[in-house]
Design a protein around this ligand. Structure first.
Ligand SMILES: *Cc1c(COP(=O)(O)O)cnc(C)c1O
Length: 252
């Protein structure tokens, strides 16, 4: 079902099939939850994917896209130039690149430092807008991953609240790599808990839990996610990447 090499004319049909598959799985997962009315936004992760596929997805009314690299993202946004599209920045963000984000990306999922927050705030202020951000949490404390460790989260969140051109809108998580999506579940439920506690502590609602990728989005939805970041399952494998999927998520 994954789309590596196929003729251009078949791209849209293939993408439509992938979209229907993923949307169907989301609806079924929501049916198993206690809050089936939850609104879930599907972000198609388009890093390293050609513009042509993004345009085809937009024709299928998939409007949210996620990019990991500032330069690549900006080029695509400018090339495609379609105001219906909503761009999410989901990759590691250094403070020196932060100035390129406000006005271009509706939501940063991966904020993890005060320095970057200040740079986003400054640029957003100069444009007269508010940048929505999520804090990425590194629950497993993996050294190679972006994100703050759990103990640093409340402190960073409180400092972000003081920056009036930023709006703290939730949390994001990338669990440790695994071939069994059930291994991600405890991280998902922990992040939901952490969000609930943070809302109480800060006395503000946090709208988004960004968690769940191609291989574990079903578990993420079951544990409360409302922003899914799905790449290869929708758009095909990226150059140099292998997709591992368990049978649980491939059986409709
Ligand atoms: C690449 C990426 C994804 C999507 O990964 P897939 O396995 O292709 O679904 C999601 N989130 C982040 C932060 C990523 O870098």
């Amino acid at each position: 079902m994954l789309n590596d090499d196929y003729p251009d004319s078949d791209i849209k049909a293939k993408l439509e099939q992938n979209l229907e598959f993923v949307r169907g799985k989301i609806i079924k997962a929501l049916d198993r939850c206690s809050d089936p009315g939850r609104e879930v936004t599907l972000v198609a992760v388009s890093k390293k994917q050609p513009v042509q596929k993004i345009k085809a997805m937009a024709e299928l009314e998939q409007f949210h896209f996620g990019e990991n690299y500032v330069q690549e993202g900006l080029e695509k946004i400018r090339t495609i130039d379609d105001s219906r599209l909503k761009w999410h920045f989901i990759g590691g963000l250094q403070s020196n690149k932060a100035k390129y984000i406000p006005g271009m990306f509706c939501l940063v999922h991966s904020l993890d430092s005060y320095k970057t927050a200040q740079a986003l705030h400054k640029k957003a202020g100069s444009l007269g807008l508010v940048q929505h951000v999520l804090i990425q949490v590194n629950l497993a404390e993996e050294i190679q991953k972006s994100g703050v460790v759990e103990q640093e989260l409340p402190g960073l969140a409180e400092k972000i609240l003081e920056l009036e051109n930023l709006s703290l809108s939730g949390l994001m998580l990338m669990p440790p790599f695994t071939r069994d999506p059930e291994n991600s579940r405890p991280y998902f439920s922990r992040l939901r808990n952490i969000k609930d506690h943070l809302e109480q502590r800060l006395q503000i609602p946090l709208d988004y839990l960004s968690m769940g990728m191609s291989q574990d989005f079903v578990q993420a939805v079951e544990e409360g996610a409302n922003l899914l970041r799905i790449g290869s399952l929708l758009l095909g494998t990226r150059p140099g990447c292998t997709l591992y999927l368990s049978n649980t998520n491939l059986n409709p």
